[in-house]
Design a binder for this molecule. Structure first.
Ligand code: MN
Length: 306
């Protein structure tokens, strides 16, 4: 829901638009998430089209908060943890433990299947965010890929540190997405932090822990602040230790059709992906997981035909 869109000018005259959008509560299995994107009235920020902030949440069973094998098309997943561990398995044969400060970047292309599992602990805690990037036409029908990245570059800011997760910032570009985007983790101390940004990109902030002020608005976990495009810097003020994600990118033109785990442009594409998943097509190969794969009924426009 959009809360009082307001004009807000940064010190350098940027931020033509500002919207504070409340996240929606959702569940993925036993995992409680705050879905910051898509939000009502806003589907994308650049090519970023999905953001689920999950946890912090404790678990007390060996299966933990695992997400069983499920398919994706047309997107890249950016998985980033603040606490805990997850074991990624996919249909490319990847098996990768991810810890806080590390990036798992999976590219679905024409089709991939993965699970995100508790790595065998019977008690633990999980806190993280998973974002999706819509792939452009040039790559969205291409092959699936997976990469893991530790030791991501950190850039000192006036009152904090930015970890460069994807795209270019401060002269570092550890990983590239298929779309022109940037994703940073901001670890802020009390004080004012000025973040240089690209005027051609639109940006949004998602607070993970703590709180901050941006464009005269108070931001806390459970919302996404859309900052628009055209600014050359973003100014944030934290009152205590605060963790936030800053995402940005070149605005994308085509409206996306997103359903379940598929990012597409048409109903036909989604319907075919759904049929291929339920029909056991080789488009979505097996994942080496003990968990049963997730089944799903047809997309809503097919249900209404019956
Ligand atoms: Mn997934």
């Amino acid at each position: 829901m959009a809360v009082s869109p307001q004009q807000a000018a940064g010190p350098s005259g940027g931020l033509a638009e500002f919207e504070k959008l409340e996240s929606r509560a959702a569940r993925i299995g036993k995992l409680r998430v705050r879905r910051a994107l898509p939000a009502r009235g806003r589907q994308t920020v650049g090519a970023w089209c999905f953001a689920d902030h999950f946890g912090p949440q404790s678990f007390f069973t060996e299966r933990g908060l695992s997400v069983a094998p499920h398919p994706h098309i047309g997107l890249q997943t950016v998985t980033w943890l603040f606490d805990g561990e997850m074991l990624h398995r996919d249909s490319l044969g990847s098996e990768q433990l991810i810890r806080p400060g590390e990036l798992n970047l999976m590219t679905a292309g024409i089709g991939v299947v993965h699970s995100e599992e508790n790595p065998g602990r019977s008690v633990g805690k999980l806190h993280g965010i998973q974002l999706w990037v819509a792939q452009p036409d040039a790559t969205r029908f291409g092959e699936a890929r997976f990469s893991h990245h530790g030791n991501l570059p950190k850039v000192e800011l006036s009152s904090g540190v930015a970890t460069v997760i994807v795209g270019e910032f401060g002269g570092h570009e550890p990983t590239q997405a298929d779309a022109s985007i940037v994703g940073l983790e901001l670890s802020l101390r009390p004080g004012v932090t000025t973040i240089p940004v690209a005027p051609s990109f639109e940006y949004a902030l998602i607070v993970i822990e703590g709180d901050l002020t941006a464009a005269s608005a108070h931001l806390e976990p459970g919302c996404l602040a859309y900052l628009g495009a055209g600014a050359d810097e973003i100014v944030v003020t934290a009152s205590g230790r605060t963790t936030a994600m800053l995402i940005g990118g070149a605005p994308i033109e085509a409206p996306l059709l997103m359903w379940w785990n598929f990012v597409a442009r048409s109903r036909d594409e989604v319907e075919q992906a759904w049929r291929d998943w339920i029909g056991g097509s080789l488009r979505f190969p097996h994942v080496n997981s003990a968990l049963p794969r997730i089944e799903v009924g047809p997309p809503p426009w097919l249900q209404s035909e019956h």
